[in-house]
Design a binder for this molecule. Sequence first.
Ligand SMILES: Nc1ncnc2c1ncn2[C@@H]1O[C@H](COP(=O)(O)OP(=O)(O)OP(=O)(O)O)[C@@H](O)[C@H]1O
Length: 308
Amino acid sequence: MIEVRGLTRRYGDVLAVDELSFTVEPGKVTGFLGPNGAGKSTTMRVVLGLDRPTSGTALVNGRRYAAFAEPLREVGALLDPGAVHPGRTGRGHLRVAARANGIPRRRVEEVIERVGLGRASRRRIKGYSLGMRQRLGIATALIGDPGVLVFDEPINGLDLDGVRWIRGLLRQLADEGRTVLISSHLLGEVEQVADRLVVIGRGRLIADATTERIMSGLGHVQVRVRSPRSDVLLTGLRERGFEVERVDAGELLVDGGAAEEVGALAHALDVPLQHLSEVRQSLEDAYLELTSGSVEYQGHELATEGAR
Ligand SMILES: Nc1ncnc2c1ncn2[C@@H]1O[C@H](COP(=O)(O)OP(=O)(O)OP(=O)(O)O)[C@@H](O)[C@H]1O
């Protein structure tokens, strides 16, 4: 389990993380979402003991990272897959990591197998593709068989095969009862694999709930309607509290209702319709709007879920 409580991190004038609190539970994949600069990496670095909080705490299994005598056995991290010695082979890199942490050498072969690095593990890292570097980074994270995993942007930049593979692996790791936290700046990357989402913007918590709940709160629906008597319909809709925008002489865009309601009202007013449809804003657009802070987007619906 990871518990972030009232975490604040300032860099001079920049408030990178602002009073952030959330919990990452075992047995689930939790997506940590927010646009570039939202504070995800900073939060993860504090969790991993690589940065100090200005105030607040970040605990792994109830303790600060620095308190662990053998941290790789508690928490595995993928932060920067480029930060490896390019002249070493993948296997050599894993052996160094194992030796430095008192981990038996057989684990090296086990993790090579698990991430599907195979024969590539005998080649020098400088010749690795991004996907292979990512697999090596994950193998390194898994070497101590930790119960908690923290992966910063593990899906970013992978090809379709790589994305499928990593989603499958994340699911397995959670099903084994591990705590899995993955960051991303794209909703589309994590919506399929994450059970829960913690969404942040400008260092602050925006939403913390199941993926299903957050997805159903996103995506703004409008009704597009065309009628030769659109002025009558416009008046009728406004009288009933709908927000209506006139697109042109015959076409209206209606907020806050479903197509059936608009159709039923048109029928009641004896207004003929030439077109009636629902238009849903793309989820990615809705998410960007939510995180940009430009709109208070269904704030209550998306607020932190009490019951888990
Ligand atoms: N060492 C640092 N010194 C100064 N400012 C920093 C430092 N690290 C991060 N920041 C700033 O803190 C803010 C949050 O950055 P952070 O990297 O945590 O965001 P992020 O959500 O991980 O974004 P990205 O997806 O781009 O990695 C940004 O404004 C960033 O410029």
